[in-house]
Design a binder for this molecule. Structure first.
Ligand code: SF4
Length: 404
């Protein structure tokens, strides 16, 4: 079944792009680049692509100027080529997250059940469409009962395929109404699943095949405009990359970089967040409680999640505020070990592996809590600093004596 061409123009990640625009989609990347940069609207395409990269690097949650969508097919294909060419997992994750969030916003703005249905058909999802919507249960909100209704049900296998990387509890199959193998799904939740599909379409693994990449770049760089665009993106990334060494660099001691004091289990979660990877439920809880325990400001804790694929600022802000009010205590080491979040082996961390207290391994105390890690590291750093100061002082005094 073919879907309206207008839908492909708006949502170029749809499989029908290959059918309806085969003359563009089937081109070799270097041919496509040559073609795109010999058009009269080259400048507009480059500007749109730059804007998307800049927005992703600035952690925006939407691509500004939604009116610039008339070039969406060229922009989408160029984005895919550039993420391949740049071959940087962090950049690709950021682009995939932003572009897919934008796809969600677009579907929400369009607010068309028939378009949503056509999108599902094109993605080969087995969905049933109900007009008028069907009722399938009730939900208690505070003390009033709200009827649940939807236009869609989706076959549970397709639901699971799309939701498998989404970590929220409420997406689990057991928390959703199911009948005859079909899951009742609210329109917004269906859009969210499609957002995840779009994100996966952009995501490409960093290529190991450096020779092919080099040969592609050699050809592509002959086109001056492409080379300029590529260089521009790399230059803004180079300026931003340092900021991403955790945007939330803060100090509790004012003289020490707190990141150097963080235990491996925390560094690992921050690294994943920095790369825009999804975090499992326990990772999210732990990092929030841990940072709040160190008096991180709420907005900084929220920023940690800004790069995640399913980030929703209002929702995250509410959850972090709630956790702060409740004063939850971060998991201790034994709990983190039992849920596979302890990273002492991976990071080969001496304090985590061997404990602390005495030179004799048999007499050493075991580390019990990630917050203790910071305290001990801080203590050791202070002692080291004191030792170095005293040593320098002694050396100065000795040399003065020798000169007398
Ligand atoms: S030993 Fe504790 S502090 Fe160290 S990585 Fe494991 S859980 Fe984290």
């Amino acid at each position: 079944m073919s879907i309206p061409t207008d839908l492909v123009n708006r949502y170029p990640w749809l499989p029908s792009l290959k059918v309806q625009y085969s003359e563009i989609a089937d081109k070799q990347p270097s041919e496509f680049i040559t073609d795109i940069f010999s058009r009269s609207n080259t400048k507009q395409i480059s500007e749109r692509v730059r804007l998307i990269f800049e927005s992703a690097f600035n952690n925006l949650e939407d691509i500004p100027n939604p009116k610039g969508e008339n070039l969406s097919i060229q922009v989408y294909l160029l984005l895919k080529i550039l993420t391949y060419a740049l071959n940087n997992k962090m950049i690709t994750n950021r682009i995939a997250n932003l572009y897919s969030k934008d796809a969600y916003s677009k579907m929400e703005r369009d607010n068309s059940e028939s378009d949503l249905y056509n999108i599902c058909l094109d993605l080969d999802l087995e969905v049933k469409f109900y007009d008028p919507p069907i009722k399938y249960g009730n939900k208690m909100i505070k003390d009033h009962r709200e009827k649940l209704e939807t236009n869609f049900t989706i076959y549970y296998i397709d639901y699971l395929k799309l939701a498998s990387n989404l970590r929220d509890d409420y997406r689990k199959l057991v928390h959703n109404s199911l009948q005859n193998g079909f899951v009742y799904i609210q329109n917004r939740n269906l859009m969210r699943l499609i957002q995840e599909y779009v994100r996966n379409k952009i995501l490409t693994e960093e290529t190991e095949d450096k020779a092919s990449l080099k040969s592609f770049l050699d050809k592509a760089f002959k086109i001056q405009e492409f080379k300029e665009l590529y260089d521009h993106i790399l230059s803004i990334w180079a300026k931003k990359e340092d900021d991403f060494d955790f945007t939330f660099k803060f100090d509790i001691t004012s003289k020490t970089d707190i990141l150097k004091l963080f235990p491996p289990c925390v560094l690992e979660i921050l690294k994943k967040a920095k790369e825009g990877q999804n975090l499992v439920h326990h990772e999210r809880l732990f990092i929030v409680w841990f940072l709040l325990a160190l008096d991180y400001p709420v907005e900084k804790v929220v920023d940690v999640f800004a790069t995640l694929p399913d980030f929703d600022r209002d929702k995250t802000n509410y959850q972090v505020e709630y956790a702060k009010k409740k004063k939850y205590v971060p998991y201790q080491c034994s709990t983190l070990q039992s849920i596979n979040l302890c990273m002492k082996e991976k990071y080969k961390d001496e304090l985590c592996q061997d404990g602390y207290g005495s030179k004799e391994l048999t007499e050493r105390k075991k580390l019990k809590h990630p917050l203790s890690y910071i305290r001990i590291k801080q203590y050791r750093d202070e002692k080291l600093e004191e030792y170095l100061k005293n040593k320098a002082k002694r050396e100065r005094e000795d040399s003065q004596k020798q000169n007398e």
